[in-house]
Design a protein around this ligand. Structure first.
Ligand code: ZN
Length: 245
């Protein structure tokens, strides 16, 4: 059976995914994209309901959202920690579903299990790309899977106001340099710049090295060769998470 999906949403407890990002999942499903939901625990410590009831509810909710798959990892509720078992099971589902986007709890949250989920998923996402970290699913050794699109949905705590994002400029980096080199009065261009004028930060030959080092650094943060960094003053609105795929 082919389990590959476009998006994989993790929740510490059944209903976390619905509350945190149910609308976005429904939207992805309606756009014809496939979504899997993985609940880490059955919520057995919850004040209301029983684990079996919550499993049934989760299955109903899956249908409503139009998600293709849902499963429960049966890790301990109230004690969702970065254990070997948790990391292994989470890596197995990442490699099983091979998602393009992963959704999860933020790292700073009111419920410690939400923070636990964040660190488990982050670790499993990294390990799922490593060939020597072997996992078995359906009696077969799994292929590695690497993804860089991970987003945290908001739960109890509000996110900090600003966040960075980057634009891949690899294919136009030379064009950018060419444009900058037009300013021969400002930057160092061999044979064209007047070396008798006072030196500035930009007019030093090293300026281009700094420019490249910075663009390369931003690129390494997002997995491309060169990037430019931005941050948004206003909150960003997307019509759907599918626009990021
Ligand atoms: Zn929760």
């Amino acid at each position: 059976m082919d389990f590959e999906v476009d998006a994989l949403a993790f929740g510490a407890h059944p209903d976390d995914v619905e509350i945190g990002c149910g609308g976005s999942i429904a939207k992805l499903s309606r756009e014809g994209l496939s979504v899997a939901i993985v609940d880490m625990t059955a919520g057995e410590l919850g004040t209301r309901g029983t684990p079996s009831r919550r499993l049934e509810e989760a299955e109903e909710a899956r249908k409503v959202l139009g998600a293709k798959f849902r499963e429960n990892l049966n890790l301990p509720d109230g004690n969702l920690l970065l254990t070997k078992e948790a990391i292994y099971k989470t890596t197995v589902v990442i490699r099983k579903y091979r998602p393009k986007i992963v959704l999860m709890s933020p790292s700073f949250e009111r419920h410690p299990d939400h923070e636990g989920l964040h660190s488990i998923v982050r670790k499993a996402m990294f390990l799922s790309g490593l060939k020597k970290f072997e996992t078995i699913f359906d009696s077969k050794k799994q292929e590695t899977w690497r993804i860089r699109k991970m987003f945290c949905y908001m739960q109890s705590y509000q996110f900090p106001v600003s966040s960075y994002f980057f634009v891949d400029i690899t294919d136009v980096y030379e064009v950018k340099l060419e444009a900058i080199r037009c300013y021969t009065s400002q930057v160092y261009v061999e044979g064209k710049s007047n070396l008798d004028e006072p030196e500035t930060r930009l007019s030093r030959p090293e300026f281009f090295e700094e420019l490249e080092a910075r663009a390369r650094y931003f690129g390494t943060l997002v997995g491309c060769k060169y990037a430019e960094a931005f941050y948004s003053i206003e909150p960003i609105q997307l019509k759907s998470l599918s626009l990021l795929i």
